[in-house]
Design a protein around this ligand. Sequence first.
Ligand SMILES: Nc1ncnc2c1ncn2[C@@H]1O[C@H](COP(=O)(O)OP(=O)(O)OP(=O)(O)O)[C@@H](O)[C@H]1O
Length: 814
Amino acid sequence: MGTKGNSVCVYVRVRPTDNFAQDIIQIGEDSKTINVHIKRDNRITVVNNQRSDWSFRLDGFLQNASQDSVYDTVAKSVVSKALDGYNGTIMCYGQTGAGKTYTITGATESYDHRGIIPRALQQVFREIEARPNYAITIRVSYLEIYNETLFDLLSSMPDVMSTDAQMMIKEDSHGVHVKGLSVHLTNSEEDALNLLFEGETNRIIASHILNKNSSRSHCIFTIYIESRVRCLSEAKYTYSKINLVDLAGSERLKKTRSEGQVLKEASYINRSLSFLEQTILALTDRKRDHIPFRQCKLTYALKDSLGGKCNTILVTNIYGEETQLEETLSSLRFASRMKCIPTDPEIIQYYDPVLNIKNLEKEINFLKQELYLHDILAKRGQGIYEPLTETQIAEINSQARRYLAGTLTEIDIINVRQLQEVFAQFKIILSQQEQEVEAKLREKYTLIDKKNFETIAAAQKAGLLDEEGQLVGELDRQGFGIGLAPPTSKPTTSATKKYKSKKSKERGSPPGRKESFVSPPLGKEPTSVSPSKSVQMVASAKDLEIKESVGKDLDIISLDIHRSELAFREESSRPSTPPTKEVAFEEFKNDRGSELNRIFKEDKAILIDRKKKIAEITQRINIIKQEIDNTQQILSVKKYERETQGEYISDGGQTIIDEEEFMLIVKLKDLKKQYRSDYDELQDLKAEVQYCQHLVDQCRQKLLTEFDIWYNESFLIPEDMQVILKGRGSIRPGMMPISKITPLGEDDQDRFEHLQQTLSMDNPKALSFYNAKMKMDHRHIYVKAASHLNPTRKKAGVITASVRNKPPSILSVT
Ligand SMILES: Nc1ncnc2c1ncn2[C@@H]1O[C@H](COP(=O)(O)OP(=O)(O)OP(=O)(O)O)[C@@H](O)[C@H]1O
């Protein structure tokens, strides 16, 4: 039998005869070698008449062997292995009447003469009994291929639905199967035998001159075995099949002297057997990529049964008489070719998807328990491996809110699920705050969507928009416009405003600090503050950029000034030792940060006021609650008295109460109303406090950040460096490492190139950035040189640094 690295097993069975040509057919002692020797006179009848000797090496020669011993030799092991999950095929090939049907099916009238199929069914059911740990299901089908047409030999069974659809051979994950072929579940050997016999009676029998009862078709009886371990959690199972094939007679047409219908049958049989031979030849050639299985129905139906992963057995039935020698030789040649087909049988396991999911769920639960245990042992706790509950989500939301409000410094991250929820809650809070802000804005202002033409038209009509569609009071042309100011107050781009700063001396601020400017909130008059000397700033409306932090601080709107574009001058020097931060912060609050500080104080005052109100209203609510309780108590006493003393009932059936009780009920009602209203007010106040707290925290943060910038600019970063760095906006902390800031003796160009070299050596990735910055500064220097050339700084014959990058026409030697 085929095992790993082996080939198809081939046996030869001789039909019993008294005239066995023993001079011609000689069997080796091991019963595995067959030597055929033809006498000279007889060579003419043999296909290759040049030869007179043939030798065939097969797996066994069965002569005068009983059905019993044939089964044991040929089929027993294949059937047993099929129950273990291997596919098996036992095929009978040979000349018509040579005993194929006798071998595969046997004589149905005699138990002893029964063939391989009934014996295989018997073995299958016996082995099932011997394997109590397995749940084995047996099904059978019986297919006939007659004149290249598929027939279901069990279609006459009562449970088969009749259908006009033609049967087709298909392939799927379970191998080759015939679509439309009925497959019958069998619970016992008897059931299965009934099906076999039913099929037998349905076989097409054609009359033939050599054997009247010979079948003219190929028949495949298949036993399907599905085997599962009787363990509920085992998703793996095996699905195997045993194909028991009775091929049609292989004799040649000329010998059969067939005609009409029988000739047609014979030609189909010959063709399919010829394709079978071609397929076998292809299978024996290990280099062949393509095997022509689909050439005919027979080879396609046997695709997964010929060698390969299947245990394949061929029984070649031959006549022993000399007269049949030509066909016998032909059969033996076929057998020896089959013997060359390699086999590598293997169990193919399948997974029950439903059971598989159940098992995986079990595994997940088990792993979760393991994780819980691990957390307990590692004293981690709080591991969340289940979806979060509503309470947990609410807690995370509360944490996120407290974190945003600044009352919670950090959120402990426990696991990925919780982390994802934290982000989700931040998103929710952000969206809520946006809506709140918009709602508040809508309460105070008219918001006009610039993309909505109807609204624009209405706004123009109402005088909120000018003819260009720009909002009155709007400082830029982006997004929503906010404004209620009359058209005359709209700033024009050419308009400039002068702000005179106060002298810093008046406030006692240290000399040398730079001019700073903080705009007031929207709607208030801008004020300028000068910390040190008298500084005149000229800023156009264009220079002012409103930065509105929507959703954060609705009322804090700062105006950031592009200092690089401000014309300011000062002639001062900074102190050699910077003041302590505490001292400087006090200065900053009175000076550059005064406006922010004022807003901060205002917000804080509102916050304190609201908190005070909360305390008051809480007290009031408590008093009302006390009063409600007292009134309820008195009322219940009254009711008790009324009920015990006997009640007055009106004609309408209503209870009549005295005036005192009535007044108490009215009072209770009023108290409850008051309680509800105060409670609502308390909730509003709480929300307001939370909001104010948020503003105060934000304002405090902004104050500190602005202070840091101001402190760095005023006392730490050299002024020359500031000129280089300050293309736009403020020098933010960390923008330039202090260690890199060195007072340089060279001119601007040399200094910058030197700086660039140092920086690019430290971080090559920054080279592009600094190159771009250098180009921008070249432009600035050029502009500066063009407008502020100072003759006193020039020396004869020397081109000053300021003009180094000028066009040649400007270069002049003085
Ligand atoms: N080994 C055997 N012992 C006893 N009788 C046999 C044996 N082999 C064949 N016979 C008998 O020979 C006859 C023909 O055999 P069988 O029908 O099995 O041939 P076959 O090869 O199937 O022919 P066909 O190709 O027409 O189907 C039957 O009556 C059968 O009982």
